[in-house]
Design a protein around this ligand. Structure first.
Ligand SMILES: [Zn+2]
Ligand SMILES: [Zn+2]
Length: 948
C-alpha cells in the first residue's frame, strides 16, 4: 500500500514539475512573441514640432484633389486600340495645361497607406499591424488638418480617417453608407457618379447659402474627391476589363464637368490648383498590396494656379519604354514619390507642411519665382530637421549621457552651418545653390530619423536572444539531466548550488532594473531585460550536469562531434528554408532517401531500405507541385481512392493468410471501411459533376459526407490494437474523409505520407536492433497500450535526436507538402463543397482545419508506434522538439519583416508564431494520436471496455 502511494506521489510530483515547466514555457514564449512588437513594429512618428510655412504669398487660394482609387498609370496614359485616349480630358491637360509624371508608391500598396502618403506625407508606419488596422492607430497631422476648410466626398473608409485626426470643426465629409448592401451592387460606377452629383449639388446650394458661400471664398481651402469605382471594378473584373476601362472614361468626363463647375463658380479667377492621382495601382489579376510595378506606378497630373505649363522636350531619359508606348515622348515627364505630393499641395495653397511629412517638395513642378522655390525648399528642410531634432532629444532624454551615441553624419554644428549657409545663399540670390543645399540637409535628416527610430532595436534584440538561448539551453539541460539520471541512477547526491550564484544573479537583476529605471524605459523593456536573469540562473544552477556533459563530449572524437553538429545545423537550416521555398522539403526528402546508405541499414535490410528510398522519393515530388486549389482535377482524387482500395485489398489478404482465426468482426470492419472509401469516391464524383452542371449539392451526398466524417472518428476505435491493423484502420478512415475534402493531386499526399510512415516504423525497429538492443517482440506483434511502463524507458542515444528531427521534418512536410501559408489563408472553397455550399465561415474553417490536420494526425499516430517500439520517453521527445523548434524560432525572430506588403509582414509574423507554438500543437496532437491508437471500443452490447 505504501509503495503504491509512493509511486502515486512521485508520479504526481513529476506531473506537477512538468506542469510548472509548461506554464513557464508558455509565459516565456508569450514574451518572445510580444517582443517583436516592441522591436520591429513601433511608430516612427514624433510629436512636438512647430509648424513651418513659407513667408511668401501662395500661388493658389484653393486646391482640388481627385484620387481615383486603384487606377494604374499605364491604363490611364495608354491609347486604346483605335489610337484614342481613354481619358481625353486628362490627355488634353498633359498636352496643353499642366505637368505630369508617375507617382511611385511604396508597399504596402493599400488604400490607407496610399492616402496617408498622399495627404499626410509619410509612409504608413507598420505599427498599424500591431494595432489592428483601425482608423488612426497613431495621431498624425495632414494637409486636410492644416487647411482652413476641407470638403470631401467619397468612401467612408478613407474620409473618416482624416476627419477624425483633424482638430476643430473645419473638415466636412460627405460619404455614402458603407452598410447599405445594394448600393452600387449592380453598377459600381455609381460610387463615382454619386460623388460627382453631390459636388454639383453642393456648389448649386452654395449660391443660396451665405455662410457657405463666404467659407468657399476663403483662402487655404481643399476639395477632396475620392473615387472608388475604378478600384471596385478592378477587383471584380480585372484591370484589362471593359468595365475598368469604361470607368476611367466616366471619371475623366466627370472631372471635366467638375472643373468647369468650379471655374464657373469662382469666375475663372485662376486661383485654383488641381491634382489628379491614385493611391495605388493594381495587378493584372485584380489585386493590390505588394510591390509589383503595376501596383506601385500611379498617374500624377497637376495643373492650375502655380503649376508649370507643359514643357516640350526633344528627348527624355527614362529606363522604361512607357513614353513611347503612350506617345508622350515630347511632353516632359517628371516622376515623384507619393509622399512628395503632400508638401507640393501645402506649398500651393500656403499652409504649413504636415508635421510628420517626410516628402520632398518637387520644385520642378512649380511655376513660380526662384525665390519662392528656394524659400519653400528651405521651409521643407527646416520642417524635416525639426522632426529629427525632436526625435534626437527624445532619445537623448531617456538615455544615460555616457551611453548616448548621436547620429554622426548630422551633428548640431553641421545643422547650424547648413541652415546659415542656405539662408545666405537665398540672400545673395543664389537660389539653385540654396535648393541643392536644402536637399542635402533633408537627406541627412531623414537618415538620422531612421537611425534614432531603430536606436533601441539592437539592445532589445540582444536581450531577447539572450533569453531565447537561455531557455533553449535549459530545455537541453533537462534532456541531458534525465539521460544522466537514467544511466547513473537517481541516488547520486545532488550538490546544492552555491550562494555565490544566486547572490550574483540577484545583483545583476537589481543592476539591470536600476539601469532601466534611470533611462525611463517602458515597462515591457523590464520584462525583456530581466527575463534572461532567472532563466540563466536556472541554467547555471545545473553546473554539475554541464560538467558531466562536457566530460562526456571530450570522450567523443572531435571529428565525430563536428560532423554531427554540422549535420544538425544543416537539418535545421533546411527546415527554416522550407518555410520560404517548398522545394527545400524535396531536398530534405532526397537526403532522407540517401540515408540508408550511410548507416548499415542497406546491408542489413535491403527490402525495407528499398521501400524507404522509394517512398521518400515519391513524397519528394509533392513540394515541387503547385499550391493546391488552382485547378480541380477530380480524376486524381479518384485515382487516390482506387489506390487506397488496392492497398487495403493487399493488406486484407495478408492478414487473412497470417491469421487462421481471422475474426469475423474484424473482417466486417475492414470491409465497412473500404465501403466508406468507395462511398466517398462516389460522393465526390457526383457532387463535382452536379456542381459543374450548376445543379447544386444533392442532399443525399451531403448526408453521406457528414456520416462518413462522423464514422471516420469512431471506426478506428473498433479495430484491434495490434500495431499495423490499428494504423491501417486509421489510415482508411482518415483517407475517406480526406477524399471528400480534396479537389486535386493533394488526395494522394496522405497516402504516400502514411506509406512512408509505415516504412519508418520498421526502419526505426531495425536501427534499434543494430545498436544491439534485443527486442522482445517483432513489430507485427506489438500492441498499442494505454499504460506506459516507466521501467521500460532507456537512456538516450544520438539516434533519438535524429528521431525527433525526423518527426519535426515530417510535421513540416505534412503542413507545407501541398500548400503554403498564403494558400492556407485564402483557402479554396471548392474543397468543402461536399459538405456545404452555403457560406458559413465557421463551419468551412473547421472543415479546412481538419483537412490540414489529417496529415499531422497520420504522422503522429505513426510516431506513437515508433515511440512504442523504440521505448523512447515522450518527455525527452518533447524537450528535443522544443529545442529544435526554438532554434528555428530564433531564425524567424531575425526574419520578421517590418516593411513590404501586409501579406509579407503578416506571413513573417505567422512563421514566427508557427514554430513557437509547434511544441504545444505537438502535445495536443500526441494526445489525439494516443487516443486514436490505444482506445478500444466494443460493439454487440458488451460494455465499453477501456483498453486491452
Ligand atoms: Zn485604394
Ligand atoms: Zn482595392
Amino acid at each position: 500500500m505504501d509503495l503504491i502511494l509512493a509511486v502515486f506521489l512521485e508520479d504526481w510530483l513529476v506531473t506537477l514539475d512538468m506542469l510548472l515547466f509548461f506554464i513557464l514555457g508558455l509565459f516565456v514564449h508569450f514574451v518572445f512573441f510580444g517582443s517583436i512588437f516592441d522591436i520591429y513594429f513601433t511608430s516612427p512618428l514624433v510629436h512636438g514640432m512647430t509648424p513651418q510655412f513659407t513667408p511668401l504669398p501662395p500661388p493658389a487660394k484653393r486646391l482640388v484633389l481627385f484620387v481615383a482609387d486603384g487606377l494604374r498609370a499605364d491604363t490611364l496614359y495608354e491609347l486604346d486600340e483605335n489610337g484614342n485616349s481613354r481619358a481625353p480630358f486628362i490627355r488634353n491637360i498633359i498636352m496643353h495645361e499642366g505637368s505630369w509624371g508617375l507617382s511611385h508608391t511604396r508597399v504596402p500598396t493599400e488604400s490607407r497607406p496610399g492616402h496617408v502618403a498622399l495627404i499626410a506625407g509619410f509612409y504608413e508606419d507598420v505599427s498599424a499591424v500591431a494595432k489592428g488596422w483601425k482608423e488612426n492607430p497613431v495621431e498624425f497631422d495632414s494637409l486636410i488638418n492644416e487647411s482652413k476648410y476641407t470638403w470631401s466626398w467619397g468612401s467612408p473608409d478613407i474620409l473618416t480617417m482624416f476627419a477624425k485626426g483633424a482638430y476643430g470643426d473645419h473638415v466636412f465629409t460627405y460619404t455614402y453608407d458603407a452598410d447599405s448592401e445594394d448600393f452600387g451592387a449592380h453598377d459600381v460606377t455609381k460610387l463615382d457618379t454619386w460623388v460627382f452629383d453631390k459636388v454639383k449639388e453642393f456648389f448649386h446650394a452654395a449660391r443660396n447659402n451665405q455662410s457657405l458661400f463666404s467659407k468657399l471664398n476663403e483662402e487655404k481651402i481643399v476639395f477632396f474627391l475620392h473615387l472608388l469605382g475604378i478600384d471596385t471594378n478592378g477587383h471584380a473584373h480585372r484591370p484589362s476589363s471593359r468595365e475598368y476601362k469604361d470607368n476611367i472614361k466616366l471619371v475623366d468626363a466627370g472631372m471635366k464637368e467638375m472643373v468647369s463647375i468650379l471655374e464657373h463658380f469662382y469666375g475663372n479667377d485662376g486661383k485654383t490648383a488641381f491634382i489628379f492621382t491614385s493611391d495605388h495601382g493594381m495587378t493584372d489579376w485584380g489585386s493590390h498590396g505588394a510591390g509589383h510595378p503595376s501596383e506601385t506606378l500611379t498617374p500624377f497630373v497637376t495643373w492650375g494656379a502655380g503649376i508649370k505649363y507643359p514643357q516640350k522636350v526633344s528627348a527624355q531619359k527614362f529606363d522604361d519604354a512607357f513614353l513611347k508606348e503612350w506617345r508622350l515622348e515630347s511632353w516632359k515627364r517628371q516622376d515623384i514619390h507619393q509622399a512628395d505630393i503632400a508638401p507640393l499641395m501645402a506649398s500651393l495653397i500656403g499652409v504649413p507642411f504636415p508635421l510628420n511629412s517626410v516628402g520632398i517638395l518637387p520644385v520642378d513642378y512649380l511655376n513660380n519665382t526662384d525665390l519662392f522655390k528656394a524659400e519653400s525648399m528651405f521651409t521643407n528642410a527646416i520642417q524635416i530637421l525639426e522632426q529629427f531634432k525632436v526625435k534626437m532629444t527624445q532619445k537623448k532624454e531617456v538615455t544615460l549621457p555616457f551611453l548616448f551615441i548621436p547620429f554622426k553624419l548630422l551633428p548640431e554644428s553641421k545643422q547650424l552651418n547648413i541652415v546659415r549657409k542656405a539662408r545666405s545663399y537665398i540672400k545673395q540670390r543664389k537660389y539653385d545653390e540654396a535648393v541643392s543645399l536644402c536637399k542635402e540637409l533633408i537627406h541627412l535628416a531623414l537618415k538620422g530619423l531612421s537611425y534614432y527610430h531603430t536606436y533601441d532595436r539592437f539592445f532589445l534584440a540582444i536581450n531577447v536572444v539572450l533569453g531565447f538561448l537561455g531557455w533553449t539551453s535549459y530545455a537541453f539541460l533537462l534532456i541531458i539531466k534525465s539521460h544522466f539520471n537514467l544511466t547513473r541512477g537517481v541516488n547520486k547526491e545532488v550538490k546544492k548550488p552555491s550562494h555565490l550564484l544566486s547572490c550574483s544573479c540577484i545583483a545583476i537583476g537589481v543592476f539591470v532594473a536600476f539601469f532601466l529605471l534611470l533611462q525611463d524605459c517602458p515597462w515591457t523593456y523590464y520584462i525583456y531585460c530581466l527575463l534572461p536573469v532567472p532563466i540563466w540562473y536556472a541554467v547555471l544552477r545545473e553546473f554539475q550536469v554541464i560538467q558531466d556533459f562536457v566530460t562526456l563530449l571530450l570522450t567523443v572524437p572531435p571529428s565525430y562531434f563536428v560532423g554531427y553538429l554540422l549535420v544538425f545545423i544543416l537539418g535545421i537550416e533546411i527546415l527554416v528554408l522550407s518555410f520560404f521555398y517548398r522545394y527545400m522539403l524535396t531536398a530534405g526528402l532526397l537526403a532522407f532517401a540517401g540515408w540508408p546508405f550511410i548507416t548499415q541499414l542497406w546491408t542489413r535490410a535491403k527490402s525495407i531500405s528499398l521501400s524507404w528510398i522509394f517512398f521518400s522519393l515519391l513524397l519528394a515530388a509533392f513540394p515541387l507541385m503547385p499550391v493546391v486549389g488552382r485547378k480541380p482535377d477530380i480524376f486524381l482524387v479518384m485515382g487516390a481512392g482506387l489506390l487506397v482500395l488496392l492497398l487495403s485489398l493487399c493488406v486484407l489478404t495478408s492478414l487473412i493468410k497470417r491469421k487462421d482465426s481471422f475474426i469475423n468482426e474484424e473482417l466486417l470492419l475492414h470491409l465497412f471501411q473500404m465501403l466508406s472509401v468507395v462511398l466517398s469516391m462516389c460522393v465526390t464524383y457526383s457532387t463535382h459533376s452536379s456542381l459543374r452542371k450548376k445543379q447544386g449539392l444533392p442532399l443525399l451526398n451531403q448526408i453521406i459526407s457528414w456520416l462518413i466524417l462522423a464514422f471516420s472518428l469512431v471506426l478506428p476505435l473498433l479495430s484491434p490494437t495490434s500495431l499495423f491493423e490499428r494504423l491501417f484502420s486509421i489510415l482508411l478512415s482518415l483517407m475517406s474523409t480526406y477524399i471528400l475534402l480534396s479537389t486535386g493531386y493533394e488526395a494522394l499526399f496522405p497516402l504516400v505520407l502514411s506509406c512512408l510512415m509505415f516504412v519508418w516504423i520498421q526502419v526505426e525497429q531495425e536501427t534499434l536492433q543494430q545498436r544491439g538492443i534485443s527486442c522482445k517482440q517483432k513489430v507485427t506483434s506489438v500492441r498499442f497500450t494505454c499504460s506506459t511502463d516507466i521501467t521500460q524507458f532507456r537512456q538516450l542515444y544520438l539516434d533519438d535526436v535524429r528521431r525527433a528531427f525526423f518527426l519535426v521534418f515530417f510535421l513540416v512536410t505534412a503542413f507545407f507538402g501541398t500548400g503554403n501559408i498564403a494558400s492556407v489563408n485564402s483557402f479554396d472553397l471548392a474543397s468543402v463543397y461536399c459538405f456545404l455550399t452555403v457560406f458559413s465561415p465557421f463551419m468551412m474553417g473547421a472543415l479546412m482545419m481538419w483537412k490540414i490536420l489529417i496529415p499531422f494526425v497520420l504522422v503522429m499516430c505513426a510516431f506513437e508506434a515508433v515511440q512504442l517500439t523504440t521505448q523512447l520517453s515522450s518527455k525527452s521527445l518533447f524537450l528535443m522538439v522544443l529545442v529544435i523548434s526554438d532554434i528555428m524560432a530564433l531564425h524567424f525572430f531575425f526574419l520578421v519583416k517590418d516593411y513590404g506588403s501586409w501579406l509579407d509582414i503578416g506571413t513573417s509574423i505567422s512563421h514566427y508564431v508557427i514554430v513557437m507554438s509547434m511544441t504545444i500543437v505537438l502535445v495536443f496532437l500526441n494526445g489525439l494520436a494516443h487516443l486514436l491508437t490505444t482506445k478500444k471500443l466494443r460493439l454487440c452490447g458488451k460494455p465499453k471496455s477501456h483498453l486491452i
